[in-house]
Design a protein around this ligand. Structure first.
Ligand SMILES: [Cu+2]
Length: 221
C-alpha cells in the first residue's frame, strides 16, 4: 500500500512537471523562466562566442541609498560580446515577487522579444539566452506593479551597445525626475498673515476671559 501511494505520487508529480514545461516556459511553485534558450543560435551567429555567467540580486535593500526608490538590482549595467550565451542566475532577496525581464531579443526566436526569470519570493533561478551579433542596449526591468518606476531597471550592452538607457540608478539621469514642489505664492503669505491675526485675536480674547474670571472669583471671596 505504502509503495503504491509513493508510486502514485511520483507519477502525479512528473505529470504536473511535464504539464508546466511547455511553450518555452519552465514553471514551478517558486517561480518561472520564460524563453529559456541554451542552444538555439540567432540567424546571424555561426557559433556561441562566449559563455557569460551573470548573477544578479534583486531586493529593497539595494535601493536604500537612492532617495525615493524602493527596489533595485545589486548591479544594473553589463556588457557582453555579440553571439554570447548569457547564463543568468537571478536571486530574489525579498519576500515578494520580482523579475529579471529583458526586452529586444529577436522575435523569431523569443516570443515578444523577451527573456524572463521570475522568482515569487526569497530564492533563485537560472536561465540562459543567446544574443544576436549586433551592437545593442537591451532593457531589463521588473514589471511587477510599480517596481520599474521604484528603481528596478538595468541594461545589458551587446558589443558597443546602442547608448545608455535613462533612469538607471547610479548610472543615468531619470527621464522624469521626482519633483516635490513647494509653491510659496502670495496666497501662502496671505494665509500666514490671516493665521497670525486669528491667533492674536484668540490670545487676546482668552486672556480677557481669564482676567474677568479672576476678578469675579476674587470679588466672590
Ligand atoms: Cu519587482
Amino acid at each position: 500500500m505504502k509503495y503504491l501511494l509513493l508510486l502514485l505520487s511520483l507519477l502525479s508529480s512528473t505529470a504536473t512537471f511535464s504539464a508546466m514545461n511547455h511553450g518555452g516556459m519552465i514553471m514551478d511553485e517558486t517561480g518561472m523562466i520564460m524563453n529559456h534558450n541554451p542552444d538555439k543560435l540567432p540567424k546571424d551567429c555561426k557559433e556561441i562566442s562566449k559563455d557569460v555567467d551573470i548573477t544578479i540580486r534583486g531586493g529593497h535593500k539595494f535601493a536604500k541609498d537612492f532617495n525615493g526608490k524602493m527596489f533595485t538590482y545589486d548591479k544594473r549595467d553589463w556588457q557582453v560580446p555579440g553571439c554570447a550565451r548569457v547564463n543568468v542566475t537571478f536571486i530574489n532577496e525579498d519576500d515578494i515577487r520580482h523579475q529579471f525581464m529583458l526586452h529586444g531579443l529577436p522575435g523569431y526566436m523569443y516570443p515578444k522579444g523577451m527573456f524572463t526569470i521570475e522568482v515569487y519570493g526569497k530564492g533563485q533561478k537560472t536561465g540562459s539566452f543567446i544574443v544576436p551579433s549586433r551592437d545593442y542596449t537591451y532593457y531589463i526591468h521588473c514589471e511587477v506593479s510599480t517596481h520599474t518606476e521604484k528603481g528596478m531597471k538595468a541594461q545589458l550592452k551587446v558589443g558597443k551597445g546602442s547608448g545608455d538607457l535613462d533612469s538607471i540608478l547610479g548610472l543615468t539621469a531619470p527621464l522624469t525626475p521626482d519633483y516635490y514642489p513647494v509653491n510659496n505664492d502670495r496666497f501662502t503669505w496671505l494665509s500666514l498673515a490671516f493665521s497670525i491675526l486669528i491667533g492674536a485675536l484668540l490670545i487676546r480674547w482668552l486672556s480677557t476671559l481669564l482676567v474677568s474670571k479672576i476678578k469675579k472669583s476674587s470679588k466672590s471671596t
